[in-house]
Design a protein around this ligand. Structure first.
Ligand SMILES: Nc1ncnc2c1ncn2[C@@H]1O[C@H](COP(=O)(O)OP(=O)(O)OP(=O)(O)O)[C@@H](O)[C@H]1O
Ligand SMILES: [Mg+2]
Length: 141
């Protein structure tokens, strides 16, 4: 199976939905969230971090490019590239080392970073229709 669709409209089911996505991803660690403003990217990433056992308080990384979270086994990284102006800024923070680290990297607004992502990675789209949200994930090989 190369793609997954889940209805993520019910906030109570986000822990279960996060596990579904992690199961689908298998060994894949780099997740690019290509979804519109306010679609629920940060909220879903928060659920993923919890599902992976992250105990840190999670806040939206609005003012920094990358936030690190500790899980019982490994660190994971949450990137918000909304304010990024050029790909050069990514290289300056060592972006390639993060995405090659085999640790989870959850990336919001990944457009400027796509060419640096090692394949295969997971491309995630969230569609909002009225009060419902649908997540689709696709493996990019
Ligand atoms: N699955 C969901 N069910 C119900 N409400 C949700 C869901 N996901 C997000 N929301 C709500 O939608 C709003 C935007 O969510 P969030 O900040 O996660 O979006 P985002 O895609 O990260 O936004 P941005 O584009 O600003 O980074 C929040 O008020 C949040 O509570
Ligand atoms: Mg966000």
């Amino acid at each position: 199976m190369k793609s997954l669709q889940i209805d993520i409209s019910d906030a109570n089911k986000l822990p279960e939905n996060a596990r579904q996505l992690l199961n689908f991803a298998g060994e894949l660690k780099v997740f690019a969230f290509e979804a519109e403003m306010g679609a629920g990217k940060t909220t879903f990433i928060k659920a993923l971090c919890k599902a992976l056992g992250s105990k840190d308080n999670f806040s939206s990384p609005t003012y920094s490019i990358v936030n690190e979270y500790l899980t019982p086994t490994k660190k994971l990284y949450h990137f918000d590239l909304y304010r990024l102006k050029s790909a050069e800024e990514l290289l300056d923070i060592g972006f390639e080392e993060y995405v090659d680290s085999k640790r989870y990297c959850f990336i919001e607004w990944p457009e400027l970073a796509l060419s640096f992502l090692p394949k295969p990675y997971l491309s995630i789209i969230i569609n909002v229709k009225e009060n419902n949200r649908y997540l689709s994930a696709q493996i990019i090989e």
